[in-house]
Write a protein that binds this ligand. Structure first.
Ligand SMILES: Cc1cc2nc3c(=O)[nH]c(=O)nc-3n(C[C@H](O)[C@H](O)[C@H](O)COP(=O)(O)OP(=O)(O)OC[C@H]3O[C@@H](n4cnc5c(N)ncnc54)[C@H](O)[C@@H]3O)c2cc1C
Length: 267
């Protein structure tokens, strides 16, 4: 047997052990949870954190978008339990008091400061890709920067349309409406046979973009001049949407070149 101490992974040195403070299940597989916030932890809405859990001898790390507003005392995440998923299997018994590692740095470039101009901010999310937009939409600067905010959330079944109450209440928050933007919430389901609430659409984001239904529902055209687009979630949706936008003249934001869209793939 070796007498040398076990090696601590570098990432663990940069992480702190935080405590789960609440857990909320939207469906049997879809949940949000909150943790204490590491001292001095900074993030820009739209960024993600790396969380760690111990599984036997190993520490597993995964990326999760932060859904809480930048100024809150706690951090919140929105996730789905992937059947057989290494990390999410460990979270099956998640309860307040459970320890979780939070890396002290935040990551990601899907932030509103990537756009130097534009009037309409479109946020296209599939499933848990909604998470970063919950944080972005609670940022007063976003309501000041754009004239229109359009959040599109596409899920399989309507019970997966999480955060409805919080989203519907945003236009009543004085610090946000003072910015002057108008918020539109567009929901779409792909499996429900019927749109369950008036105004809900049916179909994938790419279909709704191609057939014009999305723009008709928002009453806004997607154009190079006015539209700035963020996409988050399923990589297939992102690749296909990117192609549609390309054909319409929109380009990704690059380091030194302003563009019209930014993306975050979840896998
Ligand atoms: C930048 C970034 C941010 C992320 N933010 C989130 C987040 O906010 N919420 C979240 O739930 N996940 C998020 N993910 C995915 C997350 O990091 C894990 O991959 C996921 O939770 C599955 O981990 P696992 O070990 O349980 O499954 P794994 O054994 O790693 O299985 C991965 C497989 O699960 C599926 N999968 C992974 N994530 C999702 C998902 N979100 N929805 C549906 N299917 C999925 C894919 O088929 C993928 O191939 C993010 C990933 C990245 C790269």
């Amino acid at each position: 047997m070796s007498s040398s101490p076990p090696k601590t992974p570098v990432s663990q040195l940069k992480a702190s052990t935080e405590t789960v403070t609440s857990v909320h299940y939207w469906t049997d597989k879809l949940l949000s949870f909150r943790t204490t916030r590491p001292a001095g932890y900074q993030f820009t809405p739209g960024q993600f954190a790396r969380l760690g859990v111990t599984a036997g001898e190993e520490t597993l790390w995964r990326a999760y978008s932060v859904t809480s507003a930048a100024g809150e005392d706690e951090l919140e995440y929105f996730l789905v339990q992937v059947p057989g998923g290494l990390f999410t299997e460990q979270l099956k018994s998640l309860k307040p008091g459970y320890p979780i590692l939070v890396e002290k740095f935040s990551y990601g470039f899907m932030t509103v400061d990537r756009f130097v101009d534009g009037e309409d901010l479109w946020m296209l999310a599939t499933g848990t890709g909604l998470g970063p937009f919950i944080s972005i939409l609670q940022d007063p600067a976003v309501w000041k920067k754009f004239r229109n905010l359009v959040l599109v959330h596409c899920v399989r079944n309507s019970d997966e349309l999480a955060y409805q109450e919080l989203l519907s209440a945003l236009p009543q928050r004085p610090e946000l409406v003072a910015g002057g933007a108008r918020l539109q919430l567009i929901r779409s389901t792909t499996r429900d046979q019927q749109a369950t609430a008036p105004g809900n659409l049916q179909g994938r984001i790419t279909t709704l973009l191609s057939n014009g239904e999305l723009e008709a529902a928002a009453g806004l055209d997607i154009t190079v001049e006015k539209s700035r687009i963020m996409m988050c979630g399923n990589p297939e949706m992102i690749t296909a949407t990117r192609d549609i936008l390309y054909q319409r003249g929109l380009r990704p934001c690059r380091r030194a070149v302003p563009g019209q869209f930014v993306t975050e793939d979840y896998w």
